[in-house]
Ligand binder design. Sequence first.
Ligand code: MTE
Ligand code: MO
Length: 319
Amino acid sequence: MLTKSKPGWWMPEAAATPEDVFLNRRAFMAASGVSIAGALVPAGIARADDADPTADLYPAPHNESFELEREVTPEKYNLNFNNFYEFGSHKQIAGAAQKLEIRPWEVRIDGDVESELTVGIDDLIRRMPLEERLYRHRCVEAWSMAVPWTGFPMRSLVDFAKPLSRGRYVRMETFMDPQMAPGQRQAWYPWPYVEGLTIEEATNDLTFLVTGAYGKPVAKQMGAPLRLATPWKYGFKSIKSIVRFTFTEDRPRGMWEALQESEYGFWANVNPDVPHPRWSQATEEVLGTGERVPTMLFNGYGDYVAGLYTGYEGEKLYM
Ligand SMILES: Nc1nc2c(c(=O)[nH]1)N[C@H]1C(S)=C(S)[C@@H](COP(=O)(O)O)O[C@H]1N2
Ligand SMILES: [Mo]
């Protein structure tokens, strides 16, 4: 059920002072072996432009069917600890990511569809049924967060695209602009960032295209203006700053899969019992809490998605 009023994720302001954010972050980074470089980016410059032409759509109605048992990660963490390799291969890319130009922004829909088209992001967003949902997010690196995303079910985009029946997969692509994104000058990565889903996955109730977070347009470093959230899969599937959706008969090859096939696969479903070749996936560090908790099969979303994988038992579903 949708309610317009209650953003269920709102935290008491006292939940995190800047000091304890910094201290917890130090502890977290020390625990995860990440070096402490760069300073916190103040929320003021880290969030998406106030002049965003869709800003009036936020906060969107809150969908109460996706409540969480854990607290929402304070926004400051999500604005200052990111994976976005286009802007650097470390977590402190928030400052660099402010160079990302998110307007004008066009989204191409092509491949096996009734008619290929290009749509402006603001036009697209205004056609879609925006709502807010709380989701867990589990990175393959064994850290996690809980985020109030705003966006729309990917099923709505698939309906809009009108795929032909032979299209079995959706391939998604991030922008390509080495001038703007210094990470893309590092030629050993097979840019642009690509990810893919089966049509059944793309149209599952959980699969969400993100346009906002924390009740406003999503911040650049978190993947503005359009990003995927597939919360039962490792975070690398949740591709940021998407410019293209291609419906295809061929299974897409993700950027990480192309780079290191033995470690990152197509399915990437979360499973605590299947270790990454170089580390355990049994537990995860919850960003901002300094705590490790047990990881759940399908990141706790098995009721929604376990059925998608009958018939695929022979495949590497969990990497
Ligand atoms: N285009 C692009 N999308 C990306 C990534 C990236 O480097 N580039 N990193 C992925 C990984 S590994 C994770 S864990 C999440 C991180 O999202 P966050 O920075 O909002 O936490 O984005 C995913 N999407
Ligand atoms: Mo990740």
